[in-house]
Design a protein around this ligand. Structure first.
Ligand SMILES: [Zn+2]
Ligand SMILES: [Zn+2]
Length: 277
């Protein structure tokens, strides 16, 4: 009886945790990673024999979760995806070689969550999901939003507002927004950047995003970036936008910034972002 217990149900008895306003029951395995930060954090455990369970989250200003955003957050290309629900939120379950990742956006705490399992002894992801409460406590974190170098931005831009996971400046009809960095991989290539741009254009307050072209470009602080240009609408009026994705190696974050206007937006303003000291 004791052996049966050690090998099956008892070995996977969840260990209830509460961190960063989240309740979760992970297997009682050694910890691989723990970042107890409400804005960008994670908790990962592994049994040392090839099985692993991990939960990660980031402040996410995008208005909704799309399949493109879910795959990007899971670091996956095309995957078998199934609609799911978790803690009252719409989610996508992505099954891939040897594991599964559940991705959802908590609209209460405005965070993007990824719950992943891999390996032969990992619990069923549905059981883990049933023990996860992403908005057990209110969260007011703004996340890892870049500052703007005043010297690079120039005196003509004025501070507009700070939202959950974003900060904006205006100059005439131009609007510049820096978004909080996320612990997800950057877009793999120009095509992936073009696909992912639409969700961030929505977060900038625009509708009808239509990317036109994406290419490699210089990013802030000597980072290399992917630049996407396109059109959208603001209150029914056409605008042009330019968006940058870049990976900040010192901070291990993927950052996004966008500038738009009715005419030609000043793309150099994007380079004023300061993602690391
Ligand atoms: Zn939630
Ligand atoms: Zn950086």
């Amino acid at each position: 009886m004791a052996i049966a217990c050690a090998l099956s149900a008892c070995a996977q008895k969840p260990r209830a945790e509460k961190l960063a306003g989240i309740e979760i029951g992970l297997p009682d395995w050694p910890e691989q990673s723990r970042h107890d930060d409400a804005g960008n954090g994670d908790l990962a455990v592994a049994d040392g024999r090839g099985s692993r369970v991990a939960l990660a989250w980031d402040v996410d200003p995008r208005p909704r979760l799309t399949p493109v955003a879910a795959r990007a957050a899971a670091g996956l290309g095309p995957a078998e995806e199934t609609p799911a629900r978790i803690a009252g939120h719409d989610a996508l379950l992505l099954r891939h070689g040897g594991g599964a990742t559940l991705v959802w956006r908590c609209d209460v705490t405005r965070r993007l969550f990824r719950l992943g399992v891999a390996g032969p002894r990992a619990p069923e992801i549905a059981n883990l999901a049933a023990h996860t409460r992403c908005h057990a406590e209110p969260i007011f974190a703004n996340g890892d939003v870049p500052a703007a170098a005043t010297s690079a931005l120039g005196p003509t831009w004025t501070f507009a507002n700070r939202g959950r996971g974003s900060i904006s400046w205006t100059r005439g009809d131009e609007v510049l927004t820096f978004f909080a960095g996320q612990t997800v991989p950057p877009p793999r290539d120009a095509q992936a950047a073009e696909e992912q741009a639409a969700g961030w254009i929505g977060a900038a307050g625009l509708s009808h995003p239509a990317p036109e072209a994406a290419e490699a470009a210089d990013g802030p602080q000597a980072h290399s970036a992917l630049r996407v240009r396109g059109t959208a609408q603001l209150d029914g009026h056409p605008v042009r936008w330019t968006l940058l994705f870049w990976n900040c190696v010192p901070r291990q974050r993927t950052f996004t910034a966008v500038v738009f206007s009715a005419g030609a937006p000043d793309e150099s303003a994007l380079l004023a972002a300061r993602c690391h000291a």
